[in-house]
Design a protein around this ligand. Structure first.
Ligand SMILES: Cc1cc2nc3c(=O)[nH]c(=O)nc-3n(C[C@H](O)[C@H](O)[C@H](O)COP(=O)(O)OP(=O)(O)OC[C@H]3O[C@@H](n4cnc5c(N)ncnc54)[C@H](O)[C@@H]3O)c2cc1C
Length: 395
């Protein structure tokens, strides 16, 4: 590989992925350069870990090896914004915040709001990261309508396209969503967009018991109201605050917020969102978990967490984030997984600080899908050089 063009250099300790320091780092700036890097890596049998904004490199299991960190930050072009079709094509290293600013100028948005600062499109796809508005817009898997990836041998593969109606061929984008770089490098993404809502109003309700958010969210889901987000911020066994967000035209948000106050039995209407909205709970010293469960089971999920655990929950979608004290996590995680399983739930470890890293199972029970995942990995990365060990079952 031509070292000069792809900026090949030694890796630094602060670039470690899950504690594994890359031997070298490359920063290709075109798809052709990524393909060239991957061909050279294949020839030298190097393991490769892609990384974008580095906001989620601590998510997923640490790689078993990282010869080459493939930095996508120079793949930073918004290739095409077809505003009339509500579609954008953007390279994987484009930062979500930059894309939103550009789309916003045209009155449009990409309906993803994961809170990690500096996150790139490729990283968001690969980690399937989402935020509160997943209730309204879905997740990356729903909004991604096309993707170009570079496989471990340098093959460039594209799927999907620039039309929302598209059912021809395999939906590669869905496969790559949440694959944590284990199947190849996402280099370009095509998204369906939405118009920026003209008005916003939220109802904020303090709850003496955070668990009360469960039945309230169910009541909202069964109503005719169409909130963009139903977010709980609170602690397990303690108090909480529920925020119900409406985004639409002015008349609609006013009517819906007023109806929500009646339906919830209280709450105050606000137009500015609190700074905590959408943030992950806890601090970097905590073990961060993503919990998924039947939305009706929120009270049971909160009861299964150690008392006082900081939690945020997208209460109407059955997704929550919990920040366990590191000292609790080793004992608490297996019991939590057993409790969640009773509600079709799972607990995935997103971030584990140094003292407990390696002592915790990132994924928990996988069920009967592992054999299929192994066969997919075998087809896409038979030499197991792409982010080895990061995904379930050591894939
Ligand atoms: C020849 C052909 C080729 C096609 N090619 C493509 C393609 O290339 N790509 C692609 O993406 N799609 C394709 N489609 C699918 C099709 O064009 C539509 O995308 C699909 O049918 C959805 O259309 P619609 O949203 O208007 O729903 P409809 O077709 O109107 O309805 C879909 C279903 O939803 C039900 N439904 C509709 N509205 C409601 C409601 N308000 N409440 C409850 N139920 C409701 C209907 O009864 C029906 O069962 C093709 C279809 C045909 C016939």
């Amino acid at each position: 590989m031509t070292t000069a063009t792809v900026g090949r250099r030694p890796g630094r300790p602060d670039e470690a992925v899950g504690g594994v320091v890359p031997r070298e780092v490359v920063s290709p700036s075109t798809v052709a350069e990524v393909a060239e890097v991957m061909r050279a890596a294949a020839a030298d049998r190097l393991t490769v870990v892609p990384a974008g904004g580095r906001s989620k490199t601590s998510w997923a299991a640490p790689p078993s090896s990282c010869d080459l960190l493939l930095d996508t930050s120079r793949l930073d072009r918004v290739v095409e914004h077809v505003a009339g079709d509500l579609v954008v094509v953007a390279e994987a290293g484009v930062r979500l915040a930059d894309l939103q600013a550009q789309l916003g100028a045209a009155g449009q948005l990409l309906g993803l709001d994961p809170p990690e600062p500096g996150a790139t499109l490729g990283g968001i796809v690969s980690a399937n990261a989402s935020g509160p508005r997943r209730l309204r817009y879905g997740t990356a898997r729903d909004l991604l309508i096309g993707a170009t990836v570079v496989l471990g041998d340098g093959t460039v593969a594209s799927a999907g396209g620039k039309v929302v109606k598209n059912v021809a061929g395999y939906d590669l984008g869905k496969l790559y969503t949440g694959a944590h770089g284990t199947l190849g490098v996402v280099v370009s993404t095509t998204w369906r967009l939405h118009p920026v809502p003209v008005a916003r109003r939220a109802v904020v309700l303090d709850l003496p018991a955070a668990s009360a958010a469960g039945p309230l969210a169910v009541r909202l889901s069964r109503s005719t109201l169409t909130p963009s987000a139903v977010e709980l911020v609170g602690t397990a066994g303690g108090a909480g605050q529920l925020l119900v967000l409406f985004e639409s035209i002015a008349e609609s948000v006013a009517a819906q917020a007023s109806a929500a106050v009646t339906l919830l039995g209280g709450g105050s209407e606000v137009e500015e969102l609190p700074a905590t909205f959408g943030r992950r709970p806890g601090s970097p010293d905590d073990v961060l978990l993503r919990l998924a469960y039947l939305p009706t089971a929120l009270p049971e999920v909160l009861a299964a967490l150690p008392h006082g655990t900081a939690v945020t929950a997208s209460a109407a979608t059955g997704v929550a984030y919990a920040a366990l004290a590191s000292s609790d996590a080793v004992d608490a995680l297996p019991a939590l997984r057993a409790a969640l399983a009773r509600h079709d739930g799972t607990a995935v470890l997103l971030r584990a600080p140094e003292p407990v890293r390696g002592r915790l199972d990132h994924w928990g029970p996988v069920g009967d899908a592992l054999d299929l995942m192994r066969r997919v990995k075998e087809r896409f990365d038979p030499e197991r050089r792409m982010s080895p060990g990061r995904f379930v079952g050591g894939l």
